[in-house]
Structures are given as structure tokens and as C-alpha cells.
Ligand binder design. Structure first.
Ligand code: FE2
Length: 347
């Protein structure tokens, strides 16, 4: 049975002075780099009290950080250690973990295309959260990956589920789709004419829980190299990994589905990941919140600007009706970025 997302009017919360947040971010290190984006840091223990400010941030930027997420730092450290072992496995051992639909399960590298350029160095390991039989794991070569992945992904998904109702998203029947990301180090002689590890895009789903980026060089953790890593709308963003781990900091970001549902009131922000050119590699983990049942996205009455922004994945018929199912939207989005994938049929 089809259900509609229950989405309250996001502007219903009266704006008030935030009770507990601070600016998060790192200083940009070089004068030729854009100033860092300021991300507001909210306390996990007082999310309810900060609801109005959280709503305002999602309206304005589509992106917040939360500190004090229980158990996150330790679980993420364990995950990163295990992910690094996976990245060092042979291609044959990694290939065992490639799922039949590799945009949704298991391991792949260099398959996504953004704006006509393939993200050659980007590796992804997808798994549904909580774990189920559709996931693919390296049970022989790296059996500890399953638990390390599921533990941290569950922590950030549960935190995300605390935040969604604050912004009016009260659909409870959701799951996570985790995406471990490994961006391989780039040698100067192997230029593929793509300045990015991950091209400019907006997340196409509902909501993304994002673990802070981690850089390594010559086997050691290093600070973010200048002019690299996550950028939101042209500006770098993030906090030092050691701070993120010691303070249990997780980022949360709005997807295109909520921008459509709110007819543009909430922003899904453009972001990309710039390559490091100093030989560093980068790891991260995103967990996308997905509805379990079939749901309908109602974008009727949206402005011409919003329709134009999203018409690449909306048929004329759907634009006229003002509704599209999440499954249809998801399939068209996967087909947009994964032309080589055996994508689910678009409807
Ligand atoms: Fe993204």
C-alpha cells in the first residue's frame, strides 16, 4: 500500500536563540583557498531544545553537525582501521564483494559518472543497515568488516532518526544504505583529467548521515591536505578527524527528496570531493536514510525553478501530476550516475 511521507510545515518552529551550538570547521591553510564553510555544531543531548535552530540551518544550508553521538568515535576508529585493511586487499579479494547491483550492494571502483567525467579513483562499499542477506561481505578475507561497518553505521543511522522528526519528517519505517568510501591516492603522472575524487552533486535520497573524512599518507593519519576533501558549494568544510572522534561528531545533510517535498523550502546542497594531489588517500562513510515501503513524493505546485532543477529525472507525465514514487525517483537517479550499472528499470 502506498503511503505519503508525513511532512510537517518546516517553518512551523519559531526561531529562537540556540542553546548549545558552536561554529565547527577548520581554518583553511592557504591563502589561495576559499574560506571554510561554517557548520553549526549541535549537542546530541539537547537536540529537542535546538529544534528551531536546526530547522533554520537545514533551510539555509541543508547541513548540520552534531557532537556527542553516543559511541561514535570508538566505532568509527574501529571502522576506519578495518576499511583500510579492505582497501589493501588484492583486486581479486575485493572483487568477491562486488554485488550484482553494485550501485546498491557491495564493492565497486571507478563506475560513477558526474557531469561527463568518471570518478576513476572512487571506491564504494554499499551495505544495507541493519544487516540482511542482500549484503555482500568478505567473510573469508576480512570477516571483521561486517561488524565494524554495521556498528558505526547503526550508530549514525539511529542518530539521524532522532533528527528527522525535528525537521518534520515523521515517516518511521526507514532503513539505512551505508556507503563506505575510499578515494585512492593519485600519483601526479596518472592524471585522468578530473580534478575531483567525487564530482559535484546533491544526494538524491531523503537524508544523509555522514562520518567525517579521514586522510592517510604513507600509512599515517594526516590533516586534510590543502585544496582537497569535501566542498559544499565551492567552500571546504569539515573538522579535524581527531576532534570528530574525541567529540563524537557526525554530519547530517538533506537530500533532493526533501527539497522536492518541500517545494524548494529546504535545500539539498551541492557538494563534491576534491582530489588530494600530495599522495594522500581518503576514507569516509555515508549512511543514506531510505523509506522501506513504497512512498509518494508530492512536489505539485513547485516553482518552475525547482521543476527545471529536477526535470532530468521527472517525466512530463510526472511533472503534470506533481507526484513520483520514491522507487521511480531512486531508479532514475541511479541510472543518471551509473550508466554502466544494471540499474533497476526506470518507470
Ligand atoms: Fe554526496
Amino acid at each position: 500500500m502506498k503511503q505519503r511521507f508525513i511532512l510537517l510545515v518546516l517553518g512551523m518552529f519559531a526561531l529562537s536563540t540556540p542553546t548549545s551550538y558552536a561554529a565547527a570547521g577548520f581554518a583553511t591553510e592557504t591563502s589561495d583557498e576559499a574560506p571554510a564553510t561554517e557548520i553549526k555544531l549541535f549537542s546530541y543531548s539537547s537536540l529537542q531544545e535546538s529544534a528551531s535552530e536546526i530547522v533554520a540551518e537545514f533551510h539555509e544550508k541543508g547541513y548540520i553537525a552534531v557532537e556527542g553521538v553516543p559511541g561514535f568515535g570508538d566505532a568509527y576508529q574501529q571502522f576506519l582501521a578495518t576499511a583500510r585493511i579492505f582497501a589493501d586487499l588484492s583486486k581479486e579479494e575485493q572483487a568477491v564483494c562486488t554485488g550484482a547491483t553494485y550501485a546498491a550492494r557491495g564493492w565497486s571502483r571507478g563506475v560513477e559518472v558526474f557531469n561527463g567525467k568518471t570518478d576513476t579513483y572512487k571506491g564504494s562499499y554499499y551495505a544495507v543497515v541493519p544487516d540482511d542477506s542482500s549484503n555482500v561481505w568478505p567473510d573469508e578475507s576480512l570477516p571483521q568488516l561486517r561488524n565494524a561497518y554495521q556498528n558505526v553505521a547503526t550508530i549514525v543511522l539511529e542518530a539521524g532518526k532522532q533528527i528527522l522528526p525535528l525537521v518534520g519528517f515523521t515517516h518511521e519505517n526507514v532503513k539505512g544504505l551505508g556507503r563506505m568510501l575510499h578515494y585512492k591516492s593519485v600519483s601526479g603522472s596518472a592524471d585522468d583529467d578530473n580534478p575531483n575524487w567525487c564530482g559535484d552533486h546533491r544526494d538524491h535520497g531523503v537524508f544523509t548521515c555522514l562520518c567525517p573524512e579521514a586522510f592517510y599518507k604513507d600509512g599515517e593519519v594526516v590533516s586534510r591536505p590543502a585544496n582537497s576533501g569535501l566542498y559544499i558549494e565551492g567552500r571546504p568544510v569539515g573538522i579535524p578527524l581527531e576532534d570528530a572522534i574525541s567529540k563524537n561528531v557526525v554530519f547530517f545533510q538533506m537530500g533532493e527528496v526533501i527539497e522536492l517535498m518541500t517545494k524548494g523550502e529546504v535545500r539539498a546542497t551541492n557538494h563534491l570531493v576534491k582530489k588530494a594531489t600530495d599522495g594522500s588517500e581518503r576514507f569516509a562513510l555515508a549512511v543514506f536514510v531510505y523509506p522501506i515501503d513504497e512512498v509518494i513524493i508530492n512536489f505539485g505546485g513547485s516553482s518552475a525553478e525547482i521543476i527545471d532543477k529536477y526535470k532530468d529525472r521527472l517525466t512530463e507525465e510526472k511533472i503534470v501530476s506533481g507526484i513520483v514514487t520514491f522507487d521511480a525517483w531512486n531508479a532514475r537517479s541511479l541510472a543518471k550516475y551509473n550508466p554502466k550499472e544494471l540499474a533497476p528499470p526506470t518507470v
